[in-house]
Every structure is written in structure tokens, then in C-alpha cells.
Write a protein that binds this ligand. Structure first.
Ligand code: CAA
Length: 379
């Protein structure tokens, strides 16, 4: 087991860190404040090949792997967690299911422009009655000649407002429960499709979270993704990869919280000395650093096993569970270390605190991750 990154991975880490510091850091606070989607940043990320990192070059990707993808998501999220989730939802939740379940024609038509970053993607799974209970969807798809007729709606969809391409789930046979769910590829501009409510959120404000509405929406028959009735499994397999992205995002937020706390505690003088001299502060920093390392190792292990073609349901659930919970803790401690200043908008700590919170919720709550882990332990 080699815990060092390869030279190529170190270079990628350095490139993505430099990009984040130079391009994102100066505007991250303003993006959060204005809740503005970072269109120009996404274009630049596309130029770097960061919108399709783990996909082969023949499908428009960078020809790298999931480990590289996790490295980049951490670096981006350490500066701007909104941008981190935009890239993660696009890559893991939209590109990946097309990559592993799509036909060659679908990959050429949809994955290539997505992985090149010419188009933005999202996953439409969640509905008002189907959050944690993802199989309880109500959206239906009925075959009508050469088209699927889709009716229903999706909720809390990351990238929903910008997505050119959505992977969605819909019931094709209500009588079969989760085996009656199928996946489809839907393009912006399809008749009967529109974006509904745009959520005003606590954090990750520069990423959009929206409703998707289908009213007799028509999509071509050949836009079925995978086999009829395999939609739930495709969605679950998609989330196995997605949770690695969210774990990496959480590690990024936690690391930013730690780095800011180290810097501040060396500069802030109280009782005639830097507060870093006090063990109360040192213990907080030590705990944060240890937990961040453990979270990163879990995340990179899940990514590495995915790269080896293994099923990573358990490993990605563990990584996402641990990383998201320590991100919230690290941001909490960072505010404590910064005291009153940490509570103001003069420092980015309060943004880390708000951004961290969602990592314990989306792509499966911590409670769902524990169920996934326990199910695997007990089977
Ligand atoms: N990979 C492949 N197949 C899987 C799988 C996986 N990871 N997990 C389950 N399956 C299969 C099972 O083997 C089973 O197959 P059979 O029909 O052959 O038996 C089938 O799927 C049903 O499995 P379960 O009985 O375990 O399903 P369940 O209904 O009990 O649900 C669950 C299990 C873990 C609770 C699941 O519903 C779940 O993960 N819920 C959380 C959903 C979630 O994370 N939502 C977030 C949406 S994305 C998002 O956040 C928005 C965004 O844009 C960021």
C-alpha cells in the first residue's frame, strides 16, 4: 500500500490548488453573497479538463481516474464548496451513469460534450415524496410511439437551473416497485420540460438547487438509459460514485477550516501571546488535522477501489459519512478558534460552516449512510 500520490497526481493537485487560489479565492465570498453561478469559472475548469476528469479521452474526458477526480474536488472545495459541488454533481451524477450505463451512441451524443464541459449535467432523482426513500418516486414515463411521455417533478436538483442534460428516474411500471423504475436522458429544451422553484439555501449558494417539472414532456425513445426497470440500480450505483465526490468536497471544507485556524491562532494575540500557545487551541487543531487525514484516506480508498472496478457501496458510504461529519465539526471549531471574528462575514469561516452542513444531507443523509453500512455489515 503506497500512501504517496504519484508524480502525475501531485502535479494535478498543485495545478488545481493554484487554479483555486488564483481564480476562485478572490471571488468565492462574492459568489456566495450573490448566489451567482460561476459560469466563467466553469469554462476555465473545462479548459483544464476538470469537467470530465475520470473519463477516457475518446469520450471527451481527461483520461484520468476517480482518485484524480477526488483530489481536484478537494482542492476546489477548499476554496469554494459551491464550485466543488457543481463539478461533482456534473461529473458523478450525470456523466458517470451515461458512461457506465449508456450505449456507444449515447456516450458520443451526450457524454462527449458533458465531459468536455461544453454542457452542464445534473441528476434528477429526488422528489417531494422520495428523498431518503428514493424508490418512492411518482414521476412516470409512458412509451408513446417513438417518444417517452414524462409527467411529474423532481426536487432539490443540484445544477438544475443550468443543466443542458439531465439523467432522470421515472416509473415505467408502477406494479414492480423499485424494479419498475427506469433512467432517461433529458435535454434542456425538451417540450413540456421546465425548471421550477429555485431554492434559497443556507450554504453552497453559488450552486443552483432547483425543481424540475415535466408536463407531458416528450423525449426520444432511444433516450432510455440502461435497461428498462434498471433505473433504481443505476441511480444507486451512481450515488456510490457521487458520495466519493461529496466526501472529497467535505474534506476540502474541513481542510480550509483547519488552515484558516492555524493561521489565525498564530496571529491572534491574547494574554500577551499568540493563542496558538494555548493547549485548548492546540488540541482543537490536532483533532481537526487527525480527522481530516482519516477522512481523506477513506475518500481516496473508495476512489481507488472504484478505479479498480470494485463495487464501493460500503467504502463510499463510510467516506461520505465520516468526511461530512468531520467537516461540520472542523468548521464549528474554526469559528470557536476565531471567536467573535469567526462569526462575522469578515472571515470566510462562517461560509465554511454553512457550506459544510449540506454534506451531511445531500446524496444521502448520514442516517442513510449508516443504513447502507449496516446493511452491508449484516448481510
Ligand atoms: N448499487 C447497485 N444496486 C444497488 C445498490 C447499489 N449501491 N443499492 C441497492 N441496490 C439494489 C439492491 O441490490 C436491490 O436489488 P434487487 O431488486 O435485485 O433486490 C435494489 O437496488 C433495492 O435495494 P434496497 O432494497 O436496498 O432499496 P431500498 O428501497 O431499501 O433503499 C436506500 C435503499 C439505501 C435507503 C436508498 O434508497 C438510498 O440510498 N436512499 C438515499 C437516496 C439519496 O442518497 N438521495 C440523494 C439524491 S441525489 C442528491 O442529493 C441531489 C443532488 O443533486 C446532489
Amino acid at each position: 500500500m503506497d500512501f504517496r500520490l504519484s508524480e502525475e497526481q501531485q502535479l494535478l493537485k498543485q495545478t488545481s490548488r493554484e487554479f483555486a487560489e488564483k481564480e476562485l479565492k478572490p471571488i468565492a465570498g462574492e459568489l456566495d453573497h450573490s448566489a451567482k453561478f460561476p459560469t466563467e469559472i466553469i469554462k476555465k475548469l473545462a479548459e483544464l479538463g476538470f469537467m470530465g476528469i475520470p473519463f477516457p479521452e475518446k469520450y471527451g474526458g481527461a483520461g484520468l481516474d476517480y482518485l484524480s477526480y477526488a483530489i481536484v474536488i478537494e482542492e476546489i472545495s477548499a476554496v469554494c464548496a459551491s464550485t466543488g459541488v457543481i463539478v461533482s454533481a456534473h461529473t458523478s451524477l450525470c456523466c458517470d451513469p451515461i458512461y457506465f450505463a449508456g450505449t456507444e451512441e449515447q456516450k458520443q451524443e451526450f457524454l462527449v460534450p458533458l465531459a468536455k464541459g461544453e454542457k452542464i449535467g445534473c441528476l434528477g432523482l429526488t422528489e417531494s415524496s422520495a428523498g431518503s426513500d428514493a424508490a418512492n418516486i411518482k414521476t412516470t414515463a409512458i412509451l408513446d410511439g417513438n417518444h417517452w411521455l414524462i409527467n411529474g417533478s423532481k426536487l432539490f436538483i443540484t445544477n438544475g437551473a443550468q443543466a443542458d442534460i439531465s439523467v432522470i428516474t421515472a416509473l415505467t411500471d408502477k406494479s414492480k416497485g423499485h424494479r419498475g423504475i427506469s433512467c432517461f436522458i433529458l435535454e434542456k429544451g425538451a417540450s413540456g420540460f421546465r425548471v421550477g422553484k429555485i431554492e434559497d439555501k443556507l450554504g453552497i449558494k453559488a450552486s443552483s438547487t432547483t425543481e424540475l417539472i415535466f408536463e407531458d414532456c416528450r423525449i426520444p425513445k432511444e433516450n432510455l438509459l440502461g435497461q428498462l426497470g434498471d433505473g433504481f440500480k443505476i441511480a444507486m450505483q451512481t450515488l456510490d460514485g457521487g458520495r466519493i465526490g461529496i466526501a472529497a468536497q467535505a474534506v476540502g471544507i474541513a481542510r480550509a477550516s483547519l488552515e484558516a485556524s492555524i493561521k489565525y491562532s498564530k496571529e491572534r494575540l491574547q494574554f500577551n501571546q499568540p493563542i496558538a500557545n494555548f493547549q485548548a487551541i492546540q488540541w482543537m487543531l490536532s483533532d481537526m488535522a487527525t480527522q481530516i487525514d482519516a477522512a481523506r484516506l477513506l475518500t481516496l480508498r473508495a476512489a481507488s477501489l472504484k478505479d479498480k472496478g470494485e463495487r464501493v457501496t460500503q467504502q463510499s458510504a463510510m467516506a461520505k459519512l465520516f468526511a461530512s461529519e468531520i467537516a461540520t465539526k472542523a468548521a464549528h471549531k474554526a469559528i470557536q478558534i476565531h471567536g467573535g471574528y469567526g462569526y462575522t462575514k469578515d472571515y470566510p469561516i462562517e461560509r465554511y460552516y454553512r457550506d459544510a452542513r449540506i454534506t451531511e444531507i445531500y446524496e444521502g443523509t448520514s442516517e442513510i449512510q449508516r443504513i447502507v453500512i449496516a446493511t452491508n455489515l449484516l448481510k
